[in-house]
Design a protein around this ligand. Sequence first.
Ligand SMILES: Nc1ncnc2c1ncn2[C@@H]1O[C@H](COP(=O)(O)OP(=O)(O)O)[C@@H](O)[C@H]1O
Ligand SMILES: [Mg+2]
Length: 438
Amino acid sequence: MDALNIISQDHSNLWRLATTIDHVAADMEAGAPVEQSFFNAVFDYIEQFVDRSHHPKEDDYLFRLLRLRSPEAASILDSLQVEHRDGPAKLAALRDKVSQASAGALSGGQLATELRSYTVGLKAHIRTEEKSVLPLARSALLEADWAEINQAFLDNDDPLFGEKAREEFRQLFHRIVSLAPESVGLGGHSEGTLQPLPDRTKAEVQLRVEGMESCYGRIKALKGISIEVRRGETVALVGANGAGKTTFLRTLSGVQPMSAGSIHFKGEDISRLRSDKRMRLGICQSPEGRQVFGPLSIEDNLALGAYTQPREQVAGDMEKIFTMFPILKEKRALPAGTLSGGQQQMLAIGRALMGRPSLLLLDEPSMGLAPLLVEEVFNVIKMLKSKGMTILLVEQNAFAALAIADRGYVLETGTVTLTGTGQELISNEQVRAAYLGM
Ligand SMILES: Nc1ncnc2c1ncn2[C@@H]1O[C@H](COP(=O)(O)OP(=O)(O)O)[C@@H](O)[C@H]1O
Ligand SMILES: [Mg+2]
């Protein structure tokens, strides 16, 4: 792992934390009590791992070298570094507010407002680093710069950033999750529809999810999701990291418990059906992060996708996948771990197709891929769509997903906040500001 990966992983964790704080703020607005121990754990985490190590390492290595190589970076780095400097004071002020709220001197609603303004700032900071600083660093920094930056971020003897710190981080993160106050399920977002759903898709509804809820311990990650997919449609579910997209797909395919709501597939109530039975009905998922079996050959990986299918059709289906993805045929006997990221994504999609899906679930197929490969993966999805495949596409890459989708849903902290056709959502101001970086 290199510094860029470490930084992005930290951002991803921090984003999740911000989302969790938003959940808790919504609960407090709905009257939930202020749980000081939860906030202490969150603030301890931010203090230890962000203010004392992530930010200083960025300042001392990444930002310093980037200023040298790319003078136009100065203004953006200046303002980010002001935020780095102000971080500890902001945190101290928040700790103070939490004490006041738990002593009854501040209402839960007032504290929620403070917390939200904090998470808005935090998310904006992360977004700027991810969207402006890291791309610039990728293009402007020299190999020698990276060596120095990687060295700093990978230094395992470093008491602040080494393996031990990461272990502590994991423990603290789990503690945060287990301490979070129980959600009372009254999210702050109202469900909005841009326009009545288009009736140009006349096909029958194949999947209908109503009021789906799902929890991790005491955190309610899905707060009543309702969506439908018609036969032959490509439907996109877009949302930021931590919005609940993966949880939704996992609950839909039955590997994550559903605490409320119902799922109908092809007219049948499958809410209580085991996951392998759902797969037999044709709900097949290509998981987040690809998750191919590295040591197994490409052929064996594909065969695994067909474990619910009659043996005699496997060879023929595999040939079809090979026609679709010639590179997989060429490398069929090699371990899947030898494939590039883009090729592994093709394999993960191919493996899902081996289950003869009547509904194909794709969890962030573009994640972690270089722009050219992202395009290639979306071309594959377009091709499947043109063949009449019914597809539920989950993506953080909202623009690319909405561009090929018939309809889309916007997910925010476990709630659907907007729905409309792909084009309507792309041109919606709110969506553009929040997800498309425009
Ligand atoms: N294994 C887990 N344990 C505890 N909480 C989790 C776990 N996975 C996800 N969460 C919580 O659920 C929320 C939704 O996560 P996830 O479904 O992975 O979002 P997405 O796929 O949209 O990035 C996150 O904010 C996170 O706090
Ligand atoms: Mg996900």
